[in-house]
Every structure is written in C-alpha cells, then in structure tokens.
Design a protein around this ligand. Structure first.
Ligand SMILES: [Zn+2]
Ligand SMILES: [Zn+2]
Length: 252
C-alpha cells in the first residue's frame, strides 16, 4: 500500500516536475510539484509535497493523508501561513488552533489534505503584518491598519490552491471550511467542490475560553483598545458543543 503510494508520487513528480501552463487567476500563477517525502507528525502519518511557483518563488506544501492522487471527494483544508500563530503560539489569532484541528481531523480520515499556503497576514506578508500589529497596538483596528499600510482588508487569493489541486489530479474536493466565499473562489478557478465539511474545533482546557469568546463574537477579537481584529484565517471558528450563527451570516 505505502509502496504503491510512493510509486504514484514518483510518477507524479516525474510528470509534473517540468510542468508549465498559462496560469490561473489574475496573476497567472502556475505551480509545479518539486519534492515529496513521508512526514510523521504528532497528529498522525502524512506525506508532504512541496510546490514552487512561477511568480514570487514562494514554496507551498500539501500535507497529505492516504492516497489522494486522482481521487474524488477528497477532504481538503486551505490554511494560510501564520508564522506568529502557527509556529510561535501567538494569541493575537487562532491560526495554530485551526491548523492543529484540521490536521487532527484529517489524520482520522481515510484520505485528505491540508494545503499550507504561504500568504502570511491575510496576504500582506510577515513584516507588514507586524507593522499592522504595531498600528493596532497604537489603537487602529485591523482594517484601518491595513489601509494605512496601503493594502486592502484581505489580499488572500486561492489561485495557488486551485492549481495545487489540479497538479495532484484531484477530481473533486469536500472543502473543510465555514466560509462559503472560499468555496466560491475555488469554483471560480475551476475546482469541482462536491461538498462542504464544517470545520469544527475541539477546544482543550487551555484554549477553550479563548475560542468560545472568539466564536461568540462571530470571529472578531476585541483588543485592549476596544478595536476589532479580523481573523487571519478566512474561517470563523465553530466550537464543538457551542451553538453559533449559521454559515452565510458572516461577512468574510
Ligand atoms: Zn501550471
Ligand atoms: Zn495567525
């Protein structure tokens, strides 16, 4: 089984290694598969596949459970990189909780994957995200801070994700999300989204209060200055055991 999977990956790597196409989205982004390996994690056994793109040299990864190549109805989670949250445990956002919840969920499935997208800080990059945090420390809200730096509220784009799914020959996806707009973007880029799987987070004793507070406030955090912070991931949290507003009532 694992040997079959490796063979499939090797064929993909050979066929896709010098891939080029006209690109997807307004930036005509094209990605290619460049490396893959086994990746055991604290959440379960995965494979990791690296992609590079033709625009900005950013490397994206797919963290894969089971045999997804050419499969239908593959559960997929799109996660936008957040160094401060994912790696450093920052509490300015809940990115790490969302990432861990999705890896744990997919580890328990027959197949599925997380696409880890290098669009830090709602797409404005790490340094600018920290600049925006600094402006928020001075009393601006997230939107005002982004505008002060010359960015839109949200610069995220899922063209790279759509191309990664095509590179992996995924026939259709069950998108793990609470955000209908994310589904629409993928469909607009030509992906067959056969279903939506709600992203329900299981709180632990350390983050329960934080997550429940965030969910109760429809995903917006209020900072020390009484200003709103918008979530860095495009999904509002659903917390297990908690009743929350139905999908569609949210504005991002
Ligand atoms: Zn391409
Ligand atoms: Zn974050």
């Amino acid at each position: 089984m694992i040997a079959d999977l490796h063979e499939k990956f090797n064929v993909l790597l050979q066929n896709e290694g010098d891939h080029e196409c006209e690109g997807i989205g307004k930036d005509k982004v094209c990605v290619r598969v460049v490396a893959m390996a086994e990746m055991p994690t604290r959440f379960g056994e995965f494979h990791i596949i690296a992609f590079e793109n033709n625009r900005d040299g950013k490397e994206h990864v797919a963290i894969i459970k089971g045999d997804v190549i050419g499969a239908k109805d593959v559960p997929v989670r799109l996660h936008s990189e957040c160094l401060t949250g994912d790696a450093l445990g920052s509490l300015r956002c809940d990115c790490r909780d969302q990432l861990e919840a999705s890896l744990r969920m997919i580890a328990g499935m027959e197949r599925g994957m997380v696409l880890y997208l290098r669009q830090e800080g709602r797409g404005i990059g790490l340094t600018n995200k920290i600049r925006a945090y600094s402006l928020q420390d001075q009393g601006l809200d997230t939107v005002e801070a982004n505008h002060a730096l010359g960015f839109r509220d949200d610069e995220r784009d899922y063209a790279v994700a759509a191309h990664m799914l095509m590179s992996l020959k995924i026939e259709s996806v069950r998108l793990i999300t609470n955000n209908p707009k994310k589904i629409q973007q993928l469909i607009d880029y030509g992906i067959d989204v056969s279903d939506r799987v709600p992203h329900i987070m299981e709180p632990n004793e350390y983050n329960r209060f934080y997550l429940e507070t965030k969910a109760a406030k429809s995903g917006h955090m209020i900072d020390f200055h009484g200003k709103e912070h918008l979530p860095e991931q495009s999904d509002r949290p659903f917390i297990k055991g908690m009743s929350v507003a139905p999908v569609g009532m949210w504005d991002d």
